[in-house]
Structure formats: C-alpha cells, structure tokens
Design a binder for this molecule. Structure first.
Ligand code: PNW
Length: 459
C-alpha cells in the first residue's frame, strides 16, 4: 500500500511533521567517484584563505558510501522527513549535455533506502554545488546557466519523481547571489558589487524554468528554499537602512514569486534589476506563482544599526551591495557560530511570510552550532542545542496557532559536516562524526528529538 501512495506529496498540515536535513557537498565526500565532475566548491576550497581550517568537502562524512548507515540514523530518530540535496556535477559532470548514469543510480539508491525505512524523501536540486564548467562560462551571472538548470532538473525528476513528491529547486539563493558574488566569502568567490543582482535574477528565473519543466511531466509539489530573516531596526533612525536590507534579504525573492515584479523598495537599492536586457519580457510572469510551497530556513534575526563614528561597519555589509555602511547588533545568548538565539523571530517570520505569500510553508532548516561538550556514558551532551530546538519548535507551533500554514519543521542537520567557510570548526549535527574515521555517534539532542517524534515529550 505504501507503493500505491507514492510519491509522497506535501503533508496536509493536520499535524506539524518533523524531519532532518543535509546537503550533498557538506556530507558526501567521494568527490572523484562515479564520474563526478568538479564543482565551484572544489575550486573555491582549493584557494588559500577561503576556508577557516583550510579544509574541504573532499571526504566530509563519506556519506556517498555510508548512505545506508545515514538512512538508519534518520529512521532511528523516528522523524518522517529527510531533506537531502543532489549534486549537479554527479549528474552532469560538464554542467550540460551528457548525463552520468552512475550519479542518478546513487540518488536512486538513497531514495529507495529512505522509503524502505518509511522515511519521506524531499530533494533539493541546488545546494550550491554548481558544475565548474558552467562557472567557467559565467555561472549565475549569465542567463544560459538558468536554462541549463532547467535541463538538469528535468533529468533528475524523470528519474526520481515517481518516488519523490516534494522538490525544492534552490537552497538559500541569497547565499549564492550575495555571499558568492558580492561578499566573495562563498563559492565562486566573486566580488561584483551590484553585479550580484545578475545572479539574483538568473536564480529566480532558473527556479521558474525548472519548476515549469518538472510540473509538465510529473504530479509533484515544487518549491524553493529561502533564508528569509526578520529585519528589526535597532532604533528609528535605522529604519531606512532596515528597509534596504529587507529588500535584498527577503523582497528580492518574494516580490517576483508573489507579485511578478521587483517592487519599488527592491529597485531603489538594486537598479540593475530594472535593466531590460537582464530582466526580459515574460521573465517575471513566469516566476509569479511558480512555487507550490515555500521553504523557510531560519537561524537568527537581523538587527541593523547605523555605524557608530570611529567603529568599522559590519563585515556582512559586503553581502548587501548598495545598502551603505551599517552595523549589526547581536545580543546574548549566542550559539557557537555567534548567531543570536531568538525563537520569537521564527514565529514572526512564519506568520509574516504566510501572510505575504499565502503558500504552505516548511521550515526546511533550523538548528544550532554547539561546541563539542563532554560525554556522559559515551553520549555528547549538547543541552544548548536541545534548548535551541525546543524553543524554536514551540515558536513554530505558536505560528501555526496564529494561522500560519506551516506543515513541517526540519532540523539542520543530521550529521556534523562541512560547514562551508567555517570548515569543520562549527558543528550543527544531531550526530557527532569522528573526523578521523567518520564514526557516527548520536548526541543527546538526537535522543531528545527522537522522544519528541515518539510523542514522549511535548515542546
Ligand atoms: C545555511 N550566513 O547556510 C545552509 O543552508 C546550510 O548548508 C548551512 O550548513 C546552515 O545554514 C548553517 O550555516 C548559511 O553567513 C550559511 O549568513 C551562512 C549564512 C547563512 C546561511
């Protein structure tokens, strides 16, 4: 009977479903296996000075070879959903054209292993690992990459959509566009200033093209995953600043999806998006209404403030081209990565995003970096992570009670893994990984989430 109901579509929202997530480059390793081509993250991590501990995802958690063990770990948690991403360079090593069957076979096995364990798979097509061959042609700065993405999406969906019913095109395009093309702290490490808005538009367009292509052939739910943030000006004088930050963090993605345009506040700070050569007739009509659901990743709010004379502006300013210098206030308590813990921020964000979009929402990521604490009876004690998750799960329930159509809460992340520019120095996992031999050891937070999933504790 399980087979008859495949693929599992969006949950109906009668209860808040639970899940956990990973991303291909952060866990898989095996970068030279089964014909995988190089991605921009292979290139970027090889560049001196880009990654805090000079590491890369070359080995990571070796999940490419240990995916059965990982599926067992998800099953042991007792959560219903597992969100994973597909590495484009495993499917199309040159970024377009030739398809590497061994790559498709791998994700086929991942999906089957999950289904056999009664876990619902949800696939993200792009969690930042662009084939290097496409970067060499201009990457997200050129329109042809958006067209190539739709071809790739079609190939993957044709293979998996009989068993995967919930698809995300992108993960956090804000990071790709601005951290990758303005701040230069993520791959591909470009510093284009307002030129990053070319990437913004091509990412929006690529979502729409891919969603259209997938839906034309399959009855599935296609969404996109955004790292939206509540933007709270620290004082009244910082309000205009907050509006410019809100435009680049939130509106540049939501305006086209909901209204089919880049609104006034977006164009005020991103005039590049008024260029008719970049944003062509029909583009925004295609993006409007192109998501069946919205993924929201939330970690912390953004509290902009004016720069205090004599103090340097906040370095994150480089991720907001054209906004002008600003400071960011970060109060206590903070997680190990320095992000302020504010569960109410998630509640507000979910209520506000549902009001703005009317879409079903999945919390596709939420979690905390915690330094490795001592072990008791072999179990890593990560009480700070449990507190964080408990608070944010409760906030998600409050948002539902307030009318926000939130259908799932997905914890970032199953495994301690390659945390991008932070390398392996910051860990978000429910499961500890021994960097020497990839041995997996569930932490106290894993046991706590399993109790929540079994209904033994209520957040
Ligand atoms: C998200 N920032 O990344 C990603 O989706 C995950 O892959 C990642 O591991 C997780 O959050 C934790 O960081 C972000 O600097 C990384 O603003 C950095 C930022 C935002 C999101």
């Amino acid at each position: 009977d399980t087979a008859a109901r495949l693929p599992h579509r969006l949950p109906d929202g009668s209860v808040l479903e639970l899940g956990t997530a990973t991303a291909a480059y952060q866990i898989e390793g095996a970068v030279d296996v089964d014909g995988r081509g190089p991605s921009v993250w292979d290139t970027f991590t090889a560049r001196p000075g880009t990654i805090k501990d000079a590491s890369s995802g070359a080995t990571a958690c070796d999940s490419y070879h240990r995916h059965l063990e990982d599926a067992d770990l998800v099953a042991g948690l007792g959560v219903r959903w597992y969100r994973f991403s597909i590495a484009w360079p495993r499917i199309q090593p040159e970024g377009r054209g030739r398809v590497e069957t061994r790559g498709l076979d791998h994700y086929d096995r991942v999906v089957d292993a999950l289904l056999e364990r009664r876990i619902v798979p949800t696939a993200t097509l792009y969690h930042w690992d662009l084939p290097q061959a496409l970067e060499d042609e201009g990457g997200w700065l050129v329109r042809s990459t958006a067209e190539a993405f739709a071809d790739y999406a079609e190939v993957v969906a044709d293979r998996l959509a009989d068993r995967v019913g919930v698809w995300a095109t992108h993960n956090e395009p804000w990071c790709t566009a601005y951290l990758g093309h303005s701040a230069g702290v993520f791959a591909p490490g470009r510093r284009e200033g307002g030129g990053a808005h070319r990437a913004v538009h091509h990412l929006n367009l690529s979502h729409a093209l891919a969603a259209e292509r997938i839906r034309a052939a399959h009855a599935v739910d296609v969404g996109t995953v955004l790292n939206l943030a509540p933007v709270w000006p620290e004082r009244p004088e910082a309000e205009p600043l907050a509006e410019r930050i809100d435009a680049l963090r939130n509106r540049v993605w939501l305006d086209p999806l909901v209204d089919g345009e880049y609104g006034e506040s977006v164009l005020a700070v991103a005039p590049e998006l008024a260029d008719a050569e970049l944003v062509r007739p029909g583009d925004l009509e295609l993006v409007q209404g192109s998501a069946d659901w919205l993924g929201v990743n939330y970690y912390t709010p953004t509290r902009p403030d004016l720069v205090v004379p004599g103090r340097p502006p906040h370095p994150e300013g480089a991720a907001y081209p054209g906004v002008g210098d600003f400071d960011l206030v970060v109060r206590e308590p903070r997680t190990d990565i320095g992000w302020e813990v504010v569960a109410d921020g998630l509640e507000e964000l979910l209520v506000e995003t549902h009001r703005r979009t009317g879409l079903p929402i999945l919390v596709t990521e939420n979690g905390a970096a915690c330094a490795d604490a001592e072990r008791v009876d072999g179990v890593v004690q990560d009480d700070d992570r449990i507190d964080y998750l408990r608070g944010h799960l409760a906030a998600t329930h409050r948002a539902r009670a307030a009318g926000a159509d939130v259908r799932a809460y997905v914890v970032w992340t199953l495994l301690d893994n390659f945390e991008w520019a932070e390398g392996y120095t910051k860990t978000f996992g429910l499961v500890h990984i021994d960097p020497a031999d990839q041995t997996r050891t569930p932490k106290a937070s894993y046991r706590w989430l399993a109790q929540v999933a079994r209904g033994e504790v209520t957040p």
